[in-house]
Design a protein around this ligand. Structure first.
Ligand code: PMP
Length: 407
């Protein structure tokens, strides 16, 4: 071809884009027709399709939904519903109303809009180590650099964060507060208070990403950073319907103070004009009459059963080969380690190609290359008890036949 497109790429496209290893693994799983412990997305049989179909029919009675929707922030009814719901669950401080809720194309767009609103080239962002790669890949696109605080089973370690904030001028802290992706950990309220105090002390704002909040199987629900910060309003909160209704609807939201709302609006309009009000209406119409308690109990029960089955299957077949892991109280993920297996990325490719079992190597969740080389993330979201058993057997076989350094 005559045109050299590569020479015309922007610095961002040329130097700051990194492919998503999760997407690569999911592709390998499909190509190899493998069993998958990879996907951090809900099972299609748990989508409330009947209710959504009825709501979609109702949408067609509202021709206005098919015009440009007049509120750049998204469908007003759904924003009001979100406020009522979050308020009832004690997640909101006093100052929040529907004016502070900005609907997004999944929480990923919320991450992207906050990136565009706050990050300048060279800014330092504080992350949990490990954390969700699609967030730090997005921050990196804008030219961000990273500093990381260590986490344990209860989230960010305050001592580690204090050191990071003392030594660096950080733009914001990005934290996944409940059933963290990938580590499955949840910060209890006391830990959150300590982290918030540190952020106040060093005047750092918090990006609280909470897509797994309603997938709790056991234990207490801690307070959100958003609520704990109160009038201080130093928290931007990201929510999502992807894990609790269906990701293909592409609907999430940001809760933000007024100054940020207008910037989010300008960014949205200059990017995509607006989102489909149609999809937001389907959700709103479905949710507004829904009895939430049994709805969530059903989801929580299904995922609890899957977690328990995967835990039992791994304990039977893979723990004897050296695997250890933490058991999360909710969400989709188990985080494990196989000490001595330091090339998990090659092992993951080997396992999917030979034994047809997909897993995600934990190292890709660390923004600094070379960390967590012997770690592994399992998702139980789409894993029925039968699949858990078969998958664990295959993983054990792959471990027995894998030769580090040769495969
Ligand atoms: N944040 C976290 C922590 C996630 O795990 C995900 C999905 N994997 C997202 C954000 C994005 O989800 P969505 O855009 O579908 O809401």
């Amino acid at each position: 071809m005559s045109v050299n497109w590569n020479a015309r790429f922007s610095t961002m496209a040329r130097e700051r884009l990194d492919s998503s290893f999760i997407a690569e693994m999911i592709k390998l799983v499909v190509e190899n027709q493998a069993i998958s412990f990879t996907a951090g997305e809900p099972s299609t049989e748990l989508f409330p399709l009947e209710g959504l179909a009825a709501s979609a029919r109702n949408a067609f009675r509202n021709p206005d939904l098919f015009s440009y929707y007049p509120f750049d922030e998204g469908l007003l009814g759904l924003r009001e519903w979100i406020v009522g719901w979050m308020r009832a669950d004690g997640l909101l401080p006093e100052w929040v109303s529907a004016k502070n809720v900005f609907l997004t194309n999944g929480s990923q767009e919320g991450i992207n809009l906050v990136t565009e609103a706050l990050i300048d080239e060279g800014d330092l962002i504080a992350l949990e180590d490990p954390t969700y790669p699609e967030a730090f890949l997005n921050f990196a696109r804008q030219g961000a650099r990273f500093v990381s605080a260590a986490v344990d089973k209860e989230g960010i370690l305050p001592d580690s964060l204090e050191k990071v904030l003392r030594e660096n001028r950080v733009k914001f802290l990005y934290t996944i507060v409940s059933f963290q992706n990938p580590r499955g950990c949840t910060a209890p309220t006391e830990r959150r208070r300590q982290v918030l105090e540190l952020c106040r002390k060093f005047d750092v704002v918090i990006l609280e990403d909470d897509p797994y909040h309603y997938l709790r199987f056991e234990g207490d629900v801690p307070e959100s950073y958003l609520r704990l910060a109160g009038d201080d309003a130093r928290v931007l909160y990201l929510g999502s319907f992807s894990k609790i209704v269906a990701p293909g609807l592409r609907c999430g939201w940001v809760v933000a103070p007024p100054e940020i709302m207008s910037t989010l609006n300008h960014l949205r309009v200059s990017n995509v004009i607006g989102l489909p009000a149609f999809s937001q209406y389907i959700l709103f119409d479905f949710l507004k009459d829904l009895d939430l308690a049994p709805y969530f109990e059903h989801l929580q029960k299904a995922y609890r059963t899957r977690r328990d089955a995967l835990v039992a299957a791994l304990e039977r077949h893979v723990v004897p080969l050296g695997l250890s892991f933490d058991i999360p109280e909710g969400g989709f993920f188990l985080w494990g380690r196989i000490p001595g297996l330091n090339d998990m990325v090659r092992f993951a490719r080997f396992a999917v190609e030979t034994e047809k079992i997909g897993i995600i190597p934990g190292t890709i969740f660390f923004p600094t290359k070379g960390k967590g080389l012997d770690t592994i993330r399992f998702s139980f979201a789409k894993v029925t008890p039968e699949i858990a058993e078969e998958g664990a057997l295959r993983l054990a076989r792959a471990l027995r036949t894998f030769t580090p350094g040769e495969a």
